[in-house]
Design a protein around this ligand. Sequence first.
Ligand code: 5GP
Length: 177
Amino acid sequence: MKIRLHDKDFVPYLSETEIDKAVTSIADQINKNFQDKKPLFLAVLNGSFMFTSDLMKKIEIDCELSFVKLASYHGTQSSGEIKELIGLSDNIYNRHVIILEDIVDTGTTLGHLMEVLKTHDTASISIATLLLKPDVFKKKYPLHFVGMEIPNKFVVGYGLDYNESGRNLKAIYQLEE
Ligand code: 5GP
């Protein structure tokens, strides 16, 4: 069924069942690859909250979870937008860090986070994203766990918003052409 958020219409794209399959596939790989490594999940707010919650219920190995946020602000100089990482209070020294993202588009957001994390002596850094837009992603760094590849169209639901609306939707919807 079509839904309307603000001024735009969205049509169903990924069902709860399809999302669950993608989340399970990521969880299975992490359970296998990180046994005895006690990974530290770093979930990137806000969009990844629902994915994180569902994924964590499927993680069966010893692990920890922390939330970070990349806040945009405009610097006093004309250099444009700067991203500041908030919430990285845990000691990530020598830890196997797994970043949890809802969606990777150009990869710019994740690039900022990687830059910060690389300055810490972690044991490893992996990326798990529920969705990836491969036609847009042009960055060099590897994406280790990808739930689903989707076309370059704007999606909402399952944590993803359109001007803050739609995060509560259980399924994922695509902007109507
Ligand atoms: P990137 O920096 O990779 O270009 O964009 C990543 C961020 O942009 C995501 O974390 C998300 O907040 C937002 N984003 C990118 N594509 C979409 C989309 O299709 N729908 C929504 N709701 N947000 C998106």
